[in-house]
Design a protein around this ligand. Structure first.
Ligand code: PEP
Ligand code: MG
Length: 573
């Protein structure tokens, strides 16, 4: 079994077969015809336009009643298709240069799309995708090919594609498509917007998904934890079937807790944070007190090139605008290990998780690091932003990163840019070497957030991506609980905010123990908020303290899990 990671943009679980979808790819060459055939070729173009118009009209009609919003996308496509400038451009190429219609269409549409792409407004730039979509439709018709789309599927599938065009997503057969996985898909991606509205679990930014998976492969799409499990064993399938049933049931039950103030049974208040991986609005913002983790790498992974400072600035500003007043903790680029960028060639390493990743890589690629910090700082003028560094191992790391922030602030000031001069800068605690000197680290930072996913990996010396050793991956082991207790108490003593943004905070067993160990800030995926609030409401502070201290003194993780689970079940009856 192999595991791939991605950005869950539409939550849920799907089990099933892969359907690799490749959109029509036009093979257009520069080509011309002999004089005298101008009328014939222009007519060919006009006929193709007429057919395209009919196809679009059919889509609009079939969609208008159910989803007028989506139908609008195709009305816009019709407008692009009928645009006079496009017609004139193609006509001119056919009559003046005797360009073959497909070549003329390709040239004219591509020119317009390139122009749009350069627009400063990312929303306008994203419309280039619509132009390319219309171009492909006309080219396909010119080639005499039938529409190949996701609307006529014969069985239930999980669609895997490099990217989906708006028309692919909007027309897909929602009864047959159980999940969507794409290699790219950014902030304004239609795929994200549409799959969310269809409630189809989807994962974007899964590097090389189309190369790695084949038609008919059995997979599990976990769009809660953000991973795809390839060729899962029987037990894993069974486990996920149960998770799916549980997911549906819990969705119903726990949604009642979303709105409630986060309190334990004895009245102590704690805060819930949200983990996000994109810039889109989401319901989760309504139910939280802060954004404890904004994983910026998905922005980089969802792009075909290194995002520019301006693009990043716009994206970060957008997150702040969508966050409903919640402070946003922006984690600087966490790449390397399992996360790669297709446009950034990194030397192959024997042990990538122990290698040049995250903050180390940023400190090694100063231009890239500074660009991100400039964008983040500039965005901080538009809402409460915090900056957080991943994979910090030493105090030297913190000092080096802080020095870059100071240098970037100086630059921005000299250039007259506005930014939050008092911006909070903190670290992730996910390497044990910094965890055991949390008291010293607390002096160097404004806050910290524990990444229990990596902390488990490094504390237990277990590769988090290696499915053959999952039994060693113990995020709630007595060793984890001891180091966590120490980190919380060091930060609490220093009066510096400490949170957990790893998966453990969103796990109800984990949350009970973490509360007892002194944690009051839990950051998680939106899908977990209701359940954690509900579980914590069942315990008093004293009870959680007692449970945590007992758990720290147990011998094995299995004992801890069994014990806390029983405590929860007892109160659930
Ligand atoms: C973690 O390590 O716990 C964490 C939140 O970061 P990521 O899962 O992105 O490595
Ligand atoms: Mg991590």
């Amino acid at each position: 079994m192999r595991i791939l990671k991605g950005n869950p943009v539409s939550r849920g679980i799907a089990l099933g077969k892969v359907y690799i979808y490749r959109a029509f790819k036009a093979d257009v060459h520069e080509s011309y015809f002999e004089a005298g055939k101008e009328d014939e070729y222009y007519k060919k173009f006009k006929d193709a336009v007429a057919t395209a118009e009919k196809e679009l009209a059919t889509i609009v009609t079939s969609m208008s009643a159910e989803s007028p919003e989506k139908a609008k996308i195709f009305t816009a496509h019709t407008e692009i298709l009928m645009d006079e400038e496009v017609d004139e451009g193609v006509k001119e190429m056919i009559y003046e240069s005797r360009a073959m219609p497909d070549y003329a269409v390709d040239e004219i549409f591509t020119d317009f799309a390139n122009l749009l792409e350069k627009a400063k407004d990312p929303l306008i730039a994203a419309r280039a995708a619509d132009l390319r979509d219309v171009r492909n439709r006309v080219l396909r018709i010119l080639k005499g090919e039938k529409e190949s789309n996701l609307a006529n599927l014969r069985e239930n599938v999980i669609v895997v594609a490099h990217d989906l065009l708006p028309s692919d997503t909007a027309t897909m057969d929602r009864n047959r498509v159980m999940g969507v996985i794409t290699e790219i898909g950014g902030a304004t991606s239609h795929t994200a917007i549409l799959t969310r509205s269809y409630k189809i679990p989807s994962l974007l930014g899964v590097t090389d998904a189309v190369q790695i998976m084949k038609n008919g492969d059995n997979i599990v799409l976990d769009a809660l934890a953000g991973k795809v499990l390839l060729d899962p064993e029987k037990e894993v399938i069974k486990e996920y079937q149960e998770k799916l049933v549980e997911f549906i049931k819990e969705e119903r039950e726990t949604s009642e807790y979303l709105d409630k103030i986060p309190l334990v049974a004895s009245g102590e208040r704690y805060s819930i944070g949200l983990n996000v991986g994109d810039t889109e609005p989401e319901d989760g913002y309504k139910y939280v007190d802060f954004v404890g983790l904004f994983r910026t790498e998905f922005l980089y992974m969802g792009s075909e090139y290194m995002p520019t400072e301006q693009e990043q600035f716009e994206a970060y500003k957008k997150v702040l605008a969508n966050a409903m007043g919640n402070p946003v903790t922006l984690r600087t680029l966490d790449i390397g290990g399992d996360k790669t960028l297709r446009y950034m060639a990194l030397p192959k390493e024997d042990n990538p998780f122990l290698g040049n990743r995250a903050l180390r890589l940023c400190l090694d690629h100063m231009d890239m690091f500074k660009t991100q910090l400039r964008a983040a700082l500039r965005a901080s003028a538009f809402g409460e932003m915090k900056i957080m560094f991943p994979m910090v191992g030493t105090i030297d790391d913190i000092q080096a990163a802080n020095a870059v922030v100071a240098a970037v602030k100086k630059e921005l000031k000299a250039e007259g840019h506005a930014f939050d001069e008092k911006i909070n800068v903190g670290i992730m605690i996910e390497v044990p070497s910094i965890g055991v000197i949390a008291d010293l680290a607390a002096k160097e930072v404004d806050f910290a957030s524990v990444g229990t996913n990596d902390l488990t990996q490094y504390l237990h010396a277990v590769d988090r991506m290696n499915p053959s050793i999952t039994k060693y991956y113990q995020s709630i082991s007595p060793s984890m609980l001891r180091i966590l207790g120490r980190i919380f108490s060091d930060f609490n003593k220093a009066g510096k905010p400490i949170s957990v943004c790893g998966e453990l905070a969103g796990d109800d067993i984990g949350a009970v123990v973490l509360f007892g160990l002194g944690l009051r800030k839990f950051s998680m995926n939106a899908a977990n908020i209701g359940r954690v609030k509900r579980t914590l409401s069942l315990f008093t502070l004293e009870e959680t303290k007692e449970i945590a201290s007992k758990a720290q003194n147990m011998s094995t993780e299995a004992e801890v899990i069994e014990f806390v689970k029983a405590e929860i079940e007892k109160r659930n009856l």
